[in-house]
Design a protein around this ligand. Structure first.
Ligand code: NAD
Length: 325
């Protein structure tokens, strides 16, 4: 219903900001967007939305945030790309406080639907040793050997959602995102992920006329990247669905980091000398999303090709960087 209160936690961030804007576009009239960051650091402020600054690691803040809520999307987490999560395991694990306190508040306020943003980092590392990886199916999360820190927190919080559903009847839905990218997200400062980092490095090289790029690892590691618009559609379909188990939400267009750099070089119209930093964090060797389940159950599949999504992302980052300059 368009007048039910929807609360987006992490609404000052990349995915949360886009979700708020998308809900407004669809005609939802009561939206509360909550984030710990000061307002001037939010990627989006959408007119008509109640923006609130709260630290959702605190139990009382979660109770305030969810008062009167019908639907809750939890996209709040202390996170970033590989460089951040490999070096900040304790901070990543502290996000457990956010989801735990939000679930408790959701139970207290009789929230009708609760969405949790999990991650492909929950998957067993043994299944991701090869660059020519077999795409990950939902059951590959167990036996558990997720990404240290960040992945363990995600797996635990997924489990917490499950037990709140089973024991308390709270309707919880979980998606495991595989690398989401697009405009209006982090591209510098240490929390950026590969697509934004590659765009920034290529733009820096282009603007400085120094045609070199540093690549983390040997560039042969493989990943899939999902454009934000596909992600938003998937989040809302999963939340509205009756599917109780966590579902993959990702692209299955597998590329190596070298191929990602090729794409961005093509968009920028330059060729760079590649310097490989083999001691930089690079994560697992290969990771792809098996979308069999979500396609069969919800008929969802990614629509935006990597080249097209990267073009939009590159343009936005280019505008930000040249405006700053
Ligand atoms: P983001 O960092 O842009 O957004 C997260 C937001 O949460 C930030 O704005 C941050 O300020 C906020 N936050 C952190 N701690 C908070 C707190 N204590 N109280 C209130 N707000 C707090 O990241 P994103 O890419 O938009 O990710 C959203 C969610 O999706 C996260 O849970 C993330 O783990 C998950 N995820 C993202 C990706 C991806 O590729 N972007 C992949 C897998 C999972």
């Amino acid at each position: 219903m368009k007048d039910d209160l929807i609360v987006v936690c992490g609404g000052g961030g990349f995915i949360g900001g886009h979700l708020v804007a998308d809900l407004v576009r669809q005609g939802h009239r009561k939206i509360r967007s909550v984030d710990v960051k000061p307002f001037d650091e939010w990627y989006q402020h959408v007119p008509g939305v109640e923006d609130v600054q709260l630290d959702l690691q605190e139990r009382e803040a979660c109770e305030r945030a969810l008062a009167g809520a019908h639907t809750v999307y939890n996209l709040a987490a202390d996170m970033g790309g590989m460089g951040f999560i490999e070096n900040n395991r304790a901070l990543c694990m502290l996000s457990v406080l956010i989801n735990t306190h939000l679930l408790m508040a959701a139970k207290k306020h009789d929230v009708q639907r609760f969405f949790y943003a999990s991650s492909a980092c929950v998957y067993n590392a043994d299944k991701q040793r090869d660059e020519n990886v077999t795409a990950l199916k939902e059951e590959d999360a167990y036996p558990a050997m997720p990404e240290d820190g960040y992945g363990w927190e995600k797996l635990f919080s997924e489990r917490m959602c499950r037990h709140f559903r089973e024991d308390f009847g709270l309707i919880t839905r979980v998606a495991r995102f595989h690398n989401v990218y697009g405009p209006l997200g982090t591209y510098e400062g240490g929390r950026e992920k590969a697509p934004a980092a590659v765009c920034r490095k290529v733009i820096q090289a282009k603007l400085a006329g120094k045609h070199e790029i540093e690549i983390w690892g040997d560039g042969k590691q493989t990943r899939s990247f999902m454009y934000i618009d596909d992600c938003l559609k998937g989040i809302q379909m999963i939340t509205a669905s009756d599917i109780i188990e966590p579902l993959n939400l990702g692209s299955n267009e597998l590329v190596s980091i070298n191929q990602l750099v090729d794409i961005v070089e093509g968009i920028a119209g330059i060729k760079l000398k590649r310097n490989y930093n083999l001691s930089a964090p690079k994560g697992v060797n290969g990771r792809n999303s098996d979308n069999t389940k979500i396609q069969a159950l919800l008929n969802w599949q990614p629509n935006i090709r990597l080249r097209d999504g990267m073009e939009k992302t590159y343009r936005w980052i280019y505008e930000q960087m040249t405006a700053k300059k």
